[in-house]
Design a protein around this ligand. Structure first.
Ligand SMILES: *Cc1c(COP(=O)(O)O)cnc(C)c1O
Length: 217
């Protein structure tokens, strides 16, 4: 498993309008640096503390994406530097992100996580709940947070038809949101096991971990 080769393979394979986020959770800074040297600049983590430690050690032109579930009391640690928060699922969390972005004198970009999988364990909200948030007066008053699109995770299954159905559903929700709201241009869907189906279904941002860095322990 050569990290640089894997990065190059994805750069060649993915359509030009699809952004690759290299998911480096649990992997050491040396592995991230190997991907960096192959030209990769966007990395994703699912724990704020781990991401912050890596941000401190690694080159400052890396863009850090938070792809995991976010606890409100930890937003402050990533607010100075995070580039996109993928898994936002409440107005309360958006308000906290807005507050911390304001303190840092900037605006933070987020995605709303839509629940598309059948399993109960997955986080996320329905398209209707997402609309309620975006339509609320409270949200419209938040000047330091931008919702730039949607994120979703398909059911963990070998049933490709099921995965395709879920991704196509999210794509249709995204198209609908794009018409109704401004700034909506990111659709984050697809991981190592299902990114091909996700890209075929209209994803423009994939989050790939194990196919780049190897299996996690
Ligand atoms: C870990 C993780 C990924 C990457 O998973 P792989 O199967 O290793 O590609 C993508 N998205 C989220 C939200 C993750 O937590």
């Amino acid at each position: 498993m050569d990290i640089a080769d894997n990065i190059k393979r994805f750069q060649d394979e993915l359509p030009k309008d699809v952004t690759l986020i290299a998911i480096s959770k649990t992997k050491p800074p040396e592995d991230i640096f190997a991907a960096y040297e192959a030209g990769q600049r966007q990395f994703g983590e699912n724990k704020i503390q781990e991401m912050t430690e890596k941000w401190e050690k690694l080159p400052k032109d890396i863009e850090w994406h938070m792809v995991g579930h976010v606890q409100r009391n930890k937003v402050k640690y990533m607010a100075p530097y995070v580039s996109l928060i993928h898994a936002v699922d409440s107005l309360k969390l958006l308000k906290e992100i807005n507050k911390e972005a304001d303190k840092n004198g900037h605006c933070l970009d987020c995605l709303l996580q839509i629940k598309i999988a059948e399993e109960d364990s997955k986080y996320g909200i329905s398209a209707e709940e997402a609309k309620e948030i975006l339509d609320s007066e409270e949200f419209k008053r938040l000047d330091h947070v931008k919702v730039k699109g949607l994120m979703g995770m398909a059911t963990f299954t070998d049933d490709q038809a099921q995965v395709k159905k879920e991704f196509e559903h999210l794509k249709s929700v995204f198209d609908d949101f794009k018409k109704e709201y401004s700034n909506m241009n990111i659709l984050s869907m697809g991981m190592s096991g299902d990114y091909k189906i996700a890209v075929d279904s209209g994803s423009n941002m994939v989050r790939i971990g194990s196919e780049i860095f190897g299996e996690r322990n």
